[in-house]
Write a protein of this length. Structure first.
Length: 183
């Protein structure tokens, strides 16, 4: 049974919201790029790759939540949909923190495979990185449209954003599974 849409919870003007989203997305992008180049020594005995395992777990949960979010939207269960999607966004923030910590402490981990598997790995990794870097503002615009009560615009953008976000979260797990034997 379809529910009525929830009441809007944001009242920021569009121009201001767009500015905030683009500035925030640029800051996050630059932080990831810059911090990816910095390596910090870890305390003795600490395995920095624990963050990679945490990242994979978080990405798995985000993938599951995105799928649940799709089904709750299709069923018109808007309160559940909103809760699920906000949980996916919150976990994505935790992922970002864990990702930055992993790269600060572990640096880059080279892929040790050879042949076709190496080509496949780098194809998945390249698409994952490009789509992850480019999708953040659109995920935020999609959320903003829902939270500001612009449900038709939200749905239209979500049809494009959702599959990219799902691909990024699943491919992140695949990349981890492919590289984890080389930690």
């Amino acid at each position: 049974m379809k529910q009525p849409y929830p009441k809007p919870s944001l009242t920021i003007a569009d121009a201001k919201a767009k500015r905030i989203i683009w500035i925030f997305s640029a800051i996050i992008f630059l932080a990831v790029v810059v911090l990816n180049r910095v390596k910090v020594a870890t305390p003795g005995g600490f395995d920095p790759h624990v963050f990679a395992r945490i990242n994979a777990a978080i990405n798995s949960l985000v993938s599951a939540l995105l799928i649940v979010g799709l089904f709750t939207a299709r069923a018109g269960r808007w309160t559940a949909h909103r809760s699920v999607m906000l949980a996916a966004m919150a976990l994505s923030v935790l992922f970002l923190a864990s990702y930055i910590l992993h790269h600060l402490f572990a640096g880059d981990t080279p892929f040790g495979g050879v042949g076709a598997i190496k080509v496949l790995y780098y194809m998945i990794l390249a698409t994952h990185i490009l789509l992850a870097a480019g999708s953040l503002p659109y995920i935020l615009f999609t959320a903003y449209r829902a939270l500001s009560g612009r449900y038709a615009e939200h749905g239209k953008l979500a049809r494009r954003t959702w599959p990219i976000w799902l691909y990024v979260s699943i491919s992140g797990v695949v990349v981890y599974l492919m590289i984890s034997p080389f930690y």
